[in-house]
Design a protein around this ligand. Structure first.
Ligand code: 13P
Length: 239
C-alpha cells in the first residue's frame, strides 16, 4: 500500500486527535506515505507528533485572505504545518452544498500555495443505479482540472463513491477497476496525471483487495482510521 491517508473527519476532538496521533506515530509498520487529515484545531500538534509532510486539512478556502468570516486559507493551513488538503470531499459537496465551481477555485488556491490537493470525486447511489456514474465523474474531473496548470506539482484523485462512504458497502474490485481505468482516460484527455486513491468503507477485511487493483495507489480511510483497534488491524493486514 503506497498511500495510507486517514480522514479523521469531525470524529475526534483536539485531545483525542493528539492521543491517536501519538499511537500512530508509535507504529513501526506505518506506510511511508501516511497522511492524517485531522481537525483544524489539532493540526499543529498532530504535525509535531507525526512529523512533517504527513498532515493535511479537510477543507480549504479559495481566497488567500480577507473578509471571509469563518474561512481558513491554504496559506494559513500551510503556516500551521499542513502539506495536503482534501478538496471536494462528498460531505463538503452534499452536506455543505459545495459546487464544482467552488471546488475548482479551491484546487487553484492549493496550487497557488503549493498545498498538495486530494481531489475527491464520486457518484451517488441513484446516479450509479441510473448508469450515470461516468457523466458525474467526468464532470467533476473536468470542471476541477481542465486547463489548470499544476505547475509540476503532484496531486491526488480520490474516488469515493457516496454510496460507499460510512455504509459498510465498499466498491467491488471489478467495479473499481472499471472506474479507475475511466478516471485515467478522462485525465488523459485533459493532459493531467494524478495518483489515484480509493475511499469508502475501507477496513481490515478489504484493504488488501484495493492494494491489488492496477492503477489504485492507496486508500483514503474514514471511520476505520479514527479508532485504535481498527487502525491496528489494518496495519497488521498490510504487513
Ligand atoms: P469511511 O471509510 O468511513 O467510509 O469514509 C470514507 C471517507 O469519506 C474518507 O474520506
Amino acid at each position: 500500500m503506497n498511500y495510507f491517508f486517514l480522514n479523521w473527519k469531525m470524529y475526534l476532538d483536539r485531545d483525542q486527535s493528539i492521543v491517536l496521533a501519538n499511537h500512530v506515530a508509535s507504529k513501526d509498520t506505518l506506510p511511508d506515505n501516511t497522511v492524517i487529515f485531522c481537525n483544524d484545531l489539532a493540526l499543529s500538534e498532530v504535525k509535531d507528533i507525526i512529523g512533517p509532510e504527513r498532515v493535511g486539512t479537510q477543507n480549504v478556502a479559495w481566497v488567500p485572505a480577507g473578509a471571509y468570516t469563518g474561512a481558513t486559507s491554504a496559506h494559513m493551513y500551510k503556516q500551521a504545518g499542513a502539506t495536503h488538503a482534501l478538496v471536494g470531499h462528498s460531505e463538503r459537496r452534499h452536506i455543505f452544498n459545495e459546487t464544482n465551481i467552488a471546488i475548482r477555485k479551491k484546487m487553484e488556491a492549493c496550487v497557488d500555495t503549493a498545498l498538495t490537493p486530494v481531489l475527491c470525486i464520486g457518484e451517488k447511489k441513484e446516479q450509479r443505479d441510473d448508469g450515470k456514474w461516468k457523466e458525474v465523474l467526468s464532470e467533476q474531473l473536468i470542471l476541477a482540472l481542465e486547463d489548470l496548470d499544476m505547475k509540476g506539482q503532484i496531486f491526488y484523485v480520490a474516488y469515493e463513491p457516496v454510496w460507499a462512504i460510512g455504509t459498510g458497502v465498499s466498491c467491488t474490485s471489478d467495479m473499481l477497476q472499471e472506474v479507475v481505468d475511466y478516471i485515467k482516460q478522462v485525465l488523459g484527455t485533459i493532459n493531467q496525471n494524478a495518483i489515484i486513491l480509493y475511499g469508502g468503507s475501507v477496513s481490515s477485511t478489504n484493504i488488501k483487495d484495493f492494494d491489488n487493483i492496477a492503477g489504485v495507489d492507496g486508500v483514503l480511510i474514514g471511520s476505520a482510521g479514527a479508532k485504535v483497534e481498527s487502525l491496528d488491524s489494518m496495519l497488521e493486514v498490510l504487513q
